[in-house]
Each structure stands twice: as structure tokens, then as C-alpha cells.
Design a protein around this ligand. Structure first.
Ligand code: NAD
Ligand code: ZN
Length: 373
């Protein structure tokens, strides 16, 4: 009840939310999506949002399964690539949806990689002040990471993911068979976040990746299944404890402070996974000098990244000064100073009093940047 005070009224708006959801794994599981949406009745109009590469490969199969379940759909297509991850492109899709009479009863199905997932999720968060959405990730990266945890958003010219919202999906469907059409370089790109999960959280998973990298690179589907499941288990465990990134969730940013800076300085031409891989080498060296990681474990990280086919050095055309300047815009930055999430050893991060990120003297950052050339 609104409480009246002499010069004010107080609106009490406490709420408890249950955002729990299932992540469903399988092979060729589009049929299940139609069946589930039919029973779940999240809304009456369903919009598939995809990109110009994934749409022609997978959207018609999804449309057909939904039609068989008597669910009407339209497909909205974003030009493929990170350069599309902008607010204007989201508003354009929202305009197209409104034109086709999509309203509050809409459900959004994000079919694609992390770019589609982040954008479709952001559209779901703001369209009609929020509509339900389902993630159907189709890249190793999106199945390992981006589709889980409810972070949605777009980039600005000032940096990545600077506009966004926490908006959890109603469900995530991880169909390993969609990876069959993924180009090799995108497959490898997704392994960066996978290796990151081993370093930040799970020593056994890191050992497993070391042992099986040759099989993973042959694109063995059982391996892909197991990796996706372990990745989601790790990310899910972190997100459950800290959904809004007040502390522990920052460990997922390992490699991303410098990594995002490099990505932005490459005008988003370098793939996210490559930038994270280089960023992990920079942060790994900072951790060796400032966070307790041993040289031997740093070498293991480097060997595994190289074995996966990921880059471990900063491209020569990107100067240290520019990287340092951009890191000041990073979302972990505080009081205008960049902060880094740093491992203590493989499988365990420094907690820095619960902040899981720390300031690092510029001299140490500069020496790590110099060594990553
Ligand atoms: N929200 C989060 O928590 C989170 C976490 C990690 C990364 N991200 C974001 O994810 C994005 C990177 O994701 P990504 O690497 O998946 O990039 P992406 O979505 O651009 O996909 C990579 C390329 O693969 C193509 N593709 C996707 N699936 C395919 C398939 N099955 N067959 C053939 N081609 C296919 C795409 O069209 C694109 O060209 C970045 O914007 C990053 O910021 C978000
Ligand atoms: Zn990432």
C-alpha cells in the first residue's frame, strides 16, 4: 500500500522473481521446440530472428516444425556479423515486427550465433517493455557461453556491449547438429571461451581439453555435446550465484578487458574468440606478475590456446597505448581505472574481497602487453 508521509508518498515495490529456465541439449531437436512452444503458450505471435548466413541454412526447418505445431511465424533477418550489433539494427527489426502487427503477445526465437542471441535478446527486453524469448544458439561460442546467462545488448562506437539489459531466456535449445554447417574458423573461435571456462573454474575440464583437443578439432559430435554441456554447467553455476554481475560473475570476463579493447580497435573485424584468446594471454601474464599464476600454468594455457588454433599475440598494427585507453571504458572499470579478473591457478580465480576484479598498476599491464607481441 502507498504510504503517505508529510511531503512524500512511498511506493513499496519489492519483488521476488523466478527466472529459472532449462537448457535442453540434443541432436536434431527442432521438433521438440515446436512441441514445447505449443504446450507452453508463451505468446500468440512468434518471431524468428536470425542472420543472413544462418537463416538460409536453418530457418526453414524451424519454421516448418513450428507450422506443424500450428504456430504462426515470421522470420526477420539481420545482416551477419558483429558490425550489425547496433541499436539502429535492433530498432529496424522492431519496426518490421510492428509493421507485421507484432505486439505484447510476441515471442522471440533467437536462431544464430552470439550476435543474433545478444540482439534478439535485447529486442525481447525492450520490445513492448519486454517479451519472452528462446535461445537457439548455432555456434560453438553461443552454445558454450553467449546463450546462457541473460546478458543482452549491442555495441557503440565507444566500445562493445555498452548498451544492454539483463533479460533471461525462457529456455535454451542447444542442437549440436546445427554446428555441422559452421565454418572451421568459427568452430575454433568458440573454443576460446571453452578454454577460459577451464582456467577460471574447472581444472579437470582444462585437463580434459588438453587431452582431447585433437578429437575436438576433428569436430567429433560426442565431444561437441560434452563440451557444450560442461560449458553451460560452468557458466550456469556462476550465473546462479551472481546473475547481475556484482562479484563472482566477473570471472567470466577473464581475458575480456584487453580482449574487448583489441576487438574494438580492429573495428570488430577480428573474431571475438581470437580477441579473448589474446586477452587471456595478456591477463595471464598480468596474473603471473600480480595474481599468483605460475609460469608453468601460464605456459599450459598458451600451449592449449595454440593447440586449438587460436592466436596468442597482439596484431602489430594495434598499439599498446590504444589498448590501455580503451580498457578504461570497460564495464569493470571503476573511478576511470581498468580492472582485471585474474586466475590464482588453473581452475581458480582470485576473489579480491568478493569483487573478483582488481586494479593493476599500469607498468604491469604495459609489460604484459609488450610480452604478448
Ligand atoms: N551474452 C553473452 O553472455 C555473451 C557471451 C559471449 C559472447 N557474446 C557475444 O557473442 C558474439 C560472438 O558470437 P559468435 O562468435 O557466435 O558470432 P556470430 O553470431 O557473428 O557468428 C559467427 C559467424 O558464424 C555464422 N554462423 C552462425 N551459426 C552458423 C551455423 N550453424 N552455420 C553456418 N554459419 C553460422 C554467423 O552468421 C557469423 O557469420 C559477440 O558479439 C559477443 O560479444 C555474448
Ligand atoms: Zn566472450
Amino acid at each position: 500500500m502507498v504510504q503517505a508521509h508529510k511531503h512524500s508518498l512511498r511506493l513499496t515495490l519489492q519483488r521476488s522473481i523466478d527466472d529459472s529456465y532449462d537448457i535442453v541439449f540434443g541432436f536434431d531437436i527442432f521438433q521438440e521446440i515446436g512441441d514445447w512452444l505449443k504446450t507452453e503458450r508463451l505468446g500468440s505471435k512468434h518471431a524468428i530472428i536470425t542472420d543472413s548466413n544462418v537463416g538460409p541454412l536453418h530457418a526453414s526447418r524451424l519454421e516448418e516444425t513450428l507450422q506443424r505445431a500450428d504456430i504462426k511465424t515470421d522470420t526477420f533477418v539481420i545482416p551477419a556479423g558483429e558490425a550489425s550489433k547496433r541499436a539502429e539494427v535492433c530498432l529496424d527489426i522492431i519496426g518490421q515486427m510492428s509493421q507485421r502487427k507484432y505486439g505484447r503477445d510476441s515471442v522471440i526465437l533467437a536462431l544464430g550465433g552470439g550476435v543474433v542471441g545478444d540482439m534478439a535478446g535485447f529486442i525481447a527486453a525492450i520490445f513492448n517493455r519486454g517479451v519472452p524469448f528462446v535461445q537457439i544458439p548455432t555456434t560453438v561460442l553461443a552454445q558454450a557461453d553467449a546463450s546462457v546467462g541473460g546478458k543482452t545488448g549491442v555495441d557503440l562506437k565507444y566500445g562493445k556491449n555498452l548498451v544492454g539489459a539483463f533479460w533471461q531466456p525462457k529456455r535454451v535449445y542447444i542442437d549440436i547438429d546445427t554446428l555441422k554447417t559452421l565454418p572451421d574458423e568459427e568452430y575454433v573461435n568458440g573454443l576460446a571461451e571453452t578454454i577460459k571456462h577451464g582456467v577460471i573454474y574447472d581444472r579437470n575440464f582444462f585437463d580434459f581439453l588438453e587431452e582431447h583437443m585433437w578429437l575436438i578439432l576433428q569436430r567429433d559430435s560426442k565431444m561437441a555435446f560434452q563440451i557444450a554441456r560442461t560449458n553451460c554447467m560452468i557458466k550456469g553455476s556462476v550465473v546462479e550465484i551472481d546473475p547481475n554481475e556484482k562479484g563472482l560473475r566477473r570471472i567470466l570476463n577473464y581475458g575480456h578487458t584487453a580482449g574487448h579493447a583489441i576487438e574494438s580497435l580492429s573495428d570488430y573485424k577480428m573474431p571475438h574468440g581470437h580477441c579473448v584468446s589474446i586477452g587471456m594471454m595478456i591477463a595471464g601474464r598480468i596474473a603471473r606478475d600480480f595474481g599468483g599464476l605460475s609460469q608453468e600454468e601460464l605456459d599450459r594455457q598458451e600451449r592449449l590456446l595454440i593447440a586449438a588454433g587460436l592466436p596468442v599475440t597482439i596484431p602489430s598494427h594495434i598499439p599498446d597505448d590504444d589498448i590501455i585507453e580503451i580498457t578504461l571504458l570497460d564495464k569493470k572499470a571503476k573511478d576511470g581505472k581498468a580492472r582485471y579478473s585474474l586466475p590464482k591457478r588453473i581452475g581458480e580465480m582470485n576473489d579480491y574481497g568478493g569483487a573478483y576484479a582488481t586494479y593493476v598498476p599500469e607498468g604491469i599491464v604495459r609489460s604484459a602487453l609488450r610480452a604478448t607481441r
